[in-house]
Design a protein around this ligand. Sequence first.
Ligand code: SAM
Length: 232
Amino acid sequence: MNAQRLSDRLTRVASYVQLGSIVADIGSDHAYLPCYLIHHQIAKKAVAGEVAKGPYESAQRQVLEEQLDDKIEVRLANGLSAIAQDDLVDTVTIAGMGGPLITTILDQGFEKLKTVNRLILQPNIHAKAIREWAMTNGWNLIAEEILLEEDKIYEILVLERGEMKLSEAQTLLGPFLMEARNEAFYLKWSKESAEWNRILGAIRIAQSSREVQMKKEEIEEKLKIVKEAISK
Ligand code: SAM
């Protein structure tokens, strides 16, 4: 992967960035995504935010090598503190982290989202945390994708401002994803179900405490939801 040729995962993330956007890519690593967005004249300006020094320096190097430093600002910062109000960022991308870390970043920088009208989030795990966050914070899912790349399954969630009410099944599986039910969706939930069944087996032979009992019920509920969705 490089800034000219992104992974399928980041190409799909890029496909949800609207023409003429001002983008902040948080946790940008090599800044491949913002470089791609500027090269392809999708975004007009971008901020690449990185909390870690090594990736921050890679991002700086990449942007300079590609001579995009007039369009992309690389900033060493934690989460959305990379954004200043006068950047007028309208789109935030956060890719390649766990869902709970993504929601922590959004919560901690809530003020910085004032000018933002689209969030494109690609959690590696626990996308459910993002759907829950969206419902309680006035964001509405407008699209979702699930894809398989190099044996890993990724989800992409695209949010705009608005109210959203999801059922328990939709929150776990994704309202768009459970409608489309593609191959990656089946694969993900078959694997998750196998893991949950393994845990249930271990729980059955463990000493039963109230906590264990609650975990067991939670897993059984999730298994029921998934079974219903993939047997349709
Ligand atoms: N976004 C790129 C992608 O999807 O290929 C890089 C993903 S990489 C696995 C995650 C990056 O997020 C790391 O470079 C890490 O330093 C950065 N990161 C983690 N927490 C962060 C935070 N709170 N603020 C900014 N960057 C963060």
